[in-house]
Ligand binder design. Structure first.
Ligand code: KIV
Ligand code: NA
Length: 277
């Protein structure tokens, strides 16, 4: 397969071919999404919850995200790689945003970085683009500031709230973003936004009108022990398979069924005799 580029994503958008994006957080996960042929891989700060066990995305640090992102980079050759700047690592100033984003580019090999929200994040996006760093915006439900949004709930459900989401999206496009994630909004918001956007719009819980979709790896594969959002579709039940596998191993060890002869090394018979003497 050919390496995915930003122009190739715009070509897909313009041709009406859906763009496939998924998260990954480690090397085997990267190899899996590479083999599955996705277009864009996001090392989401959702990894705070899916692989680091925090109860929100807020606590994860830049160094933690960089470690996950480097592991994913080593497993990818074809898709574009997006790094997710964690809460507190970009909001305070343009120079902070640029310094953090440069680490994701230099130390973890990201092609783009993602930041959340409109407002001051529009200025941060403009500064990053000005520094030569391609940016993905993220509007609608923005988990880093979910408390201020009233919790993990759909956004833009009134006409006024929908217009605010669309205004954020347009401001991020004008600031030079290369792509936009829109999360947990009514399908009507995405449908209204779409004709206004030249850059690819990737939906998650945003209906079928987006130019592409993104889901969390652990959600779509059923690897996450916990309730999934309304928009998640499960394509596998890996957690159940994994629990059954480890339980079968435990049973075999306890019953003596494992290890069998085929799992064991042997020595020449003469050596075995000498060993016993
Ligand atoms: O962190 C994440 O996984 C995300 C996607 C859901 C867009 O930001
Ligand atoms: Na995220």
């Amino acid at each position: 397969r050919k390496r995915v580029t930003l122009p190739s994503l715009v070509e897909k958008k313009d041709a009406g071919e859906p763009i496939v994006m998924v998260t990954a957080y480690d090397h085997p996960g990267a190899q899996i999404v590479e083999a599955a042929g996705v277009d864009v891989v996001l090392v989401g700060d959702s990894g705070a919850m899916t692989v680091l066990g925090y109860d929100s995305t807020v606590p994860v640090t830049v160094d933690e995200m960089l470690m996950l992102t480097r592991a994913v980079r080593r497993g990818l050759t074809t898709p574009l790689l997006v790094g997710d700047l964690p809460f507190g690592s970009y909001e305070a100033s343009d120079s902070l945003a640029i310094a953090t984003a440069q680490r994701f580019i230099k130390e973890a090999g990201c092609d783009l970085v993602k930041i959340e929200r409109g407002g001051t994040s529009v200025d941060r996006a403009r500064a990053l683009v000005g520094a030569g760093i391609p940016v993905v915006g993220h509007v609608g439900l923005t988990p880093q500031t979910a408390t201020a949004l009233g919790g993990y709930r759909a956004q833009g459900r009134t006409a006024d709230a929908a217009r605010a989401v669309i205004d954020d999206a347009l401001a991020l496009q004008d600031a030079g973003c290369s792509m936009l994630v829109i999360e947990a909004v009514p399908s009507e918001v995405t449908a209204a936004l779409k004709p206004l956007m030249r850059i690819p719009v990737i939906g998650i819980g945003a209906g079928a009108d987006a130019d592409g979709q993104v889901l969390v790896f652990h959600d779509l594969l059923g690897l996450y022990d916990g309730g999934a959002a309304k928009f998640v579709k499960r394509y596998a039940d890996l957690r159940a398979d994994a629990v059954a596998g480890v339980a079968a191993y435990a049973e075999d060890v306890r019953s003596g069924a494992y290890p069998a002869a085929e799992h064991s090394y042997s020595m020449a018979a003469s050596e075995a005799v000498e060993l016993r003497e």
